[in-house]
Design a protein around this ligand. Structure first.
Ligand code: DO4
Ligand code: MG
Length: 287
């Protein structure tokens, strides 16, 4: 099942049918068993025609988030560890990435409040004070307030490699700024375990020309999704549940940096495609 949030209501696509669900987003998704909850709501919900649901999704789509915080896990794939070690080798800080990759405790960091999060077809920013910027395509989890994974979506953990490479203590600045995160286009809800053969694919286009194209599969992740959720919830409570980006395994070559107007598309089989255009905030917007 796919659940879209729009400014005209929530749309559930299940099988060949689309339903309009008018419940408050935070209450709708924060369920002990979201799959069965949506299945039972759909029995009494208004059915939308294919044309109506396409119109709402194409013209009124919002990021699939209400009052949830967005958190992120780091260095969950070997490829990410290697990239961080390369970007920090001149400053002698590469060691900490090796250690966190091997440690029992995962790297978890706060990423965004909902108002800083972009959705599908919205822009994400690169920082003006950063010289090396990349998107990070990641599987994102929706975890309910009991700490149980209920849904999946696509995440883009925008990052400054120059700022983090200078000093790992700059991580919050490399990772957290206006519109540094995107999630969407919808929540994917299933009652099956996640298939680890699922691919995460990213393309980057500049002036219509493809600059980058690569993919990975979830089974390359060193940690389990439940392990990440368990650590995140061990000493934190999330009234409305939260989103957790699970780390990247697709990293553009070291001579690549994003530019304004580049288009980043991330696809995860079974969920869909999240597309964002790269923007730079103008000075008037900043204060
Ligand atoms: O250690 C810094 C962040 C790592 C990260 O965001 C990732 O591996 O995806
Ligand atoms: Mg990341």
């Amino acid at each position: 099942m796919h659940l879209y949030k729009t400014s005209k209501g929530n749309i559930l696509k299940s099988g060949n049918q689309s339903y309009l669900l008018t419940e408050d987003w935070d209450i709708l998704i924060n369920q002990k068993n979201l799959y069965y909850h949506l299945e039972s709501l759909s029995a009494n919900a208004d059915i939308l025609s294919e044309e109506q649901s396409r119109d709402l999704i194409n013209n009124y789509l919002l990021p699939p988030i209400g009052n949830q915080e967005v958190w992120a896990a780091g260095v969950t794939y070997l490829r990410s560890r290697d990239a961080r070690m390369e970007e920090s080798e001149d400053t002698g800080n590469a060691d900490c990435y090796q250690k966190v990759y091997e440690a029992e405790r995962p790297e978890l960091f706060f990423k965004a409040l909902p108002h800083r999060v972009a959705g599908h077809n919205q822009s994400v920013n690169i920082r003006r004070d950063s010289t090396w910027n990349v998107p990070e395509p990641e599987l994102a989890l929706y975890i309910n307030s009991n700490g149980n994974i209920q849904a999946y979506t696509i995440g883009n953990d925008m990052s400054s490699r120059s700022i983090e490479g200078e000093n790992p203590l700059y991580l919050p600045q490399a990772k957290v700024y206006e519109r540094s995160a995107a999630i969407g286009p919808c929540l994917f809800i299933t009652n099956e375990p996640v298939n680890l053969d699922t691919t995460i694919h990213m393309n980057i286009f500049r002036n219509g020309v493809e600059m980058f194209n690569d993919a990975t599969t979830l089974h390359k992740m060193k940690r389990t999704l439940n392990e990440l959720a368990k650590y995140l919830f061990s000493e934190l409570e999330f009234e409305h549940g939260c989103f957790l980006l699970t780390g990247t395994c697709v990293v553009p070559p070291n001579d690549f940096t994003l530019q304004e107007n580049d288009v980043v598309s991330i696809s995860i089989v079974g969920i869909g495609t999240l597309t964002n255009t790269i923007a730079v905030r103008n000075k008037e917007e900043s204060r």
